[in-house]
Design a protein around this ligand. Structure first.
Ligand SMILES: [Zn+2]
Length: 713
């Protein structure tokens, strides 16, 4: 929860709906519709530019009946595959499965996108009801023994079939995925697994809803301007607006939304207020009220270990990681051990400097977690003569967006053309047609920039339609979502450096989806192992801060002046301070995730005790909290990152290594390397993570560049 927005906001909703990712707009199966169904815009032909969802016509009430109808259609498609009297073969079974459920995919993708970015009571209620139904539907397919028999028949012939590499990979993945889902379980065990899946899906929705309510309910009201410190005019204006919105006659209101909390903790000289806001954040879901998440955490972690055991794994982490590049928990712990001691030492040194500064200011009492960000900024100002707010005017959000577009042009020759009339889910959205240099259509990119109560926290990318090429090329439609400060009456949205970095990050995920060029949707774009998926996004963060790239876009919003080289130097120097904190905060959360999910049986401890013991064990210092504490750890309890939060760091090995390779050539836009990199993106998930990397650089990844980048060498 520092200014380090980048890491904490890297959520990508690839798999909210599990395997319903085979998207198409063209050849979907027509549904048998009842009278009112025929008027449901989700179920009629999407007569829109490039087949984007008709968001302008869809009402919140339309989603649930449309999803239910699409489930029925999908069931019939599955029945056709299962009841086929022909002997099972690749086309009538594996490929037929791949092309089934397209209607459901496209509707449920639109639903989950809107529900994350612009929710309301109707959508929230619909999600509560429909998520368990979708889980049950998915189980009906994945646990269908007759269907699996056909898959197995094809799988057992795999060495004698003449399949392309991608077809063979699809066959192997399909086979493995059904086993992982539990298709070999029988009787009671199979029923129990279905119950567990359904319950986990309910709990995960409840966790997210509680968190959103806890975040929105909190308010810190400040009436005396001296308690604000040297706050930016943008934040002053937005907290004034917030205060009015919340019914106050005067003063400023601060919330737990990121654009509000971080700058407040950095600038307010009022220690008591900082503590209040900090605790408001740190205790979300842990207040023993109706939004408390503790019981949910306990129930979810025990159900997960029960499920893993049923499926023959030691722990949930063993189950999840067997699908990742890392393979098992031991490898993850071993990897983290390479970085943790250096990061912790660095953070301890920083703590000493910060505490001393506080003491020198005459403040008595212990230096604590809510003081950290305030004194970091003071040291930055003192040691580096740097104030983050000085840089904001150079990172106006439109300029940063243009910077990301220019980078894609430099590397891959891509062009972006705004589609002002495209249907949107919110008026603030911007929609772009994405093109090759020669004008060939690549896909569509939806961007939604500003924070609002209807949007969940963080930043993420998801796909409205996956690329595929079975009976003709289906182009991708992807979205990028952020929680940037909205513009006020007088000021445009000015981003911090970290926020600008987040924009490039999510844009990197978008490119991964957009540049995909494979046959099967389920193997396209970002459908790669979780510990590989952050590589194409994080690598963009390397480019965005290069002076050469900054010169392209970081221009003062009033004067157009390029950010001065001297300011970049100061910024880089100042940003390198506190690196220990950022790594420790992140890694503590990664350890916490691993600890919860390495359980081999349900814990008998309460959440706070479990968490404290886990953190004591790694030697975390009191002045730093894990980036997410258990009760607001949405990545692992309402996102898809359980036993996967370490992935950012794992992927960072790949991105640091890759960027070092570009640097080595003396040209950060090296066309040859960029071409090879694009080929890797184009392969989507049609190979293992290891093979993707090896085919790209001709070798395995090396950790050296990351250690160097972090100053750990
Ligand atoms: Zn990401």
């Amino acid at each position: 929860m520092s200014k380090n927005v980048s890491k904490m906001n890297k959520i990508i909703i690839v798999a909210m709906l599990g395997f319903f990712l085979f998207l198409s707009c063209k050849n979907e199966t027509k549904s048998e519709t009842s009278t009112n169904m025929s008027e449901n815009p989700l179920l009629t032909e999407w007569d829109t530019p490039f087949g984007v969802p008709p968001f302008d016509k869809i009402k919140s009430e339309d989603y649930m009946p449309a999803i239910r109808e699409a489930i029925k259609v999908h069931k019939k498609e599955i029945d056709v595959i299962v009841n086929n009297t022909e002997e099972a073969n690749f086309k009538n079974t594996i490929e037929a499965l791949e092309t089934s459920g397209l209607l459901l995919s496209k509707i449920s993708s639109a639903f989950s996108s809107v529900n994350s970015a612009n929710t309301n009571d109707v959508l929230k209620e619909a999600k509560k009801i429909i998520s368990p139904e979708l889980t049950a539907h998915r189980d009906d397919i994945r646990l269908n023994a007759d269907l699996f028999k056909r898959i197995k028949t094809v799988y057992e012939q795999k060495d004698t079939l003449t399949l392309s590499a991608e077809e063979l990979y699809l066959l192997e993945e399909t086979y493995k995925n059904y086993i992982r889902a539990g298709v070999n379980l029988e009787g009671e065990n199979k029923e129990r697994l279905k119950e567990i899946n359904k319950r986990l899906s309910e709990l995960s929705t409840n966790f997210g809803d509680n968190l959103l309510d806890e975040t929105n309910n909190f308010e810190l009201h400040v009436s005396d301007k001296k308690d604000l410190g040297p706050m930016s005019s943008g934040l002053l204006a937005s907290s004034l607006e917030e205060s009015k919105k919340r019914g106050n006659d005067s003063g400023w209101s601060f919330t737990l939304q990121r654009p509000s909390i971080n700058p407040f903790l950095q600038t307010s000289p009022n220690r008591e207020f900082r503590e209040k806001l900090f605790q408001g954040y740190a205790l979300r879901g842990n207040n023993n009220n109706e939004n408390d998440n503790k019981a949910i955490v306990i129930e979810m972690t025990s159900l997960r270990v029960e499920k893993a055991t049923l499926l023959g794994y030691k722990s949930h982490a063993d189950y999840v990681l067997s699908k990742n590049m890392s393979q098992n928990p031991e490898a993850v712990y071993e990897f983290m051990e390479k970085l943790w001691p250096s990061a912790l030492t660095m953070a301890k040194n920083d703590r000493a400097a910060l505490a001393e500064m506080m003491k020198n200011e005459g403040v008595t009492g212990d230096f604590n977690a809510s003081d950290w960000r305030y004194y970091v900024e003071k040291i930055r100002a003192e040691r580096y003569n740097f104030n983050e707010d000085e840089t904001r005017p150079y990172f106006e959000f439109t300029a940063v967006r243009e910077g990301a577009f220019m980078l894609a042009d430099k590397l891959f020759g891509m062009k972006f053309k705004e589609m002002p009339d495209a249907p949107k889910w919110h008026e603030d959205q911007q929609v772009f047609e994405v093109l090759e240099a020669d004008g060939t259509h690549i896909g569509v990119l939806y961007m939604d920039f500003f924070t609002r109560e209807s949007k969940r926290g963080g930043a993420w990318m998801n796909e409205l339609r996956m690329q595929s090429n079975i009976d003709g090329f289906v182009t991708p439609i992807v979205t990028n979502n952020f929680n940037f400060p909205p513009p006020t009456k007088d000021t445009p949205s000015l981003l911090s450096f970290r926020e600008a970095q987040t924009l490039f990050h999510e844009f990197g995920h978008a490119l991964h989806g957009l540049l995909s060029d494979v046959k099967y949707g389920s193997l396209s774009g970002t459908n790669v192992p979780r510990d590989f998926v952050e590589f194409p996004s994080q690598v963009m963060e390397n480019w965005m801060s290069e002076p050469e790239v900054l010169a392209l876009y970081a221009k003062h919003y009033k004067t157009g002046e390029v950010i001065p080289a001297e300011m970049i130097e100061k910024m880089n120097a100042a940003n390198s301070f506190n690196e220990g904190f950022r790594t420790v905060e992140y890694m503590a959360a990664a350890y916490l995730d691993m600890k919860w999910h390495s359980l081999t049986k349900a814990t008998d401890k309460d959440v706070n005790t479990f968490e404290k013991e886990a953190m004591d064990k790694i030697g975390l210092i009191d002045e730093i909290l894990p980036r997410y504490r258990s009760t607001y750890y949405a990545h692992i309890f309402s996102g898809g990152y359980s036993s996967g939060y370490y992935s950012y760091l794992w992927s960072e090995v790949l991105d640091a290594d890759t960027f070092a390779e570009f640097k080595k050539t003396g040209d950060i836009f090296n066309p040859e390397l960029a071409k090879k990199y694009r080929e890797m993106l184009a392969s989507g998930g049609s190979k293992s993570g290891k093979d993707l990397y090896k085919d790209f650089l001709g070798r395995n990844p090396e950790i050296g560049p990351l250690l160097k980048k972090k100053g750990f060498e």
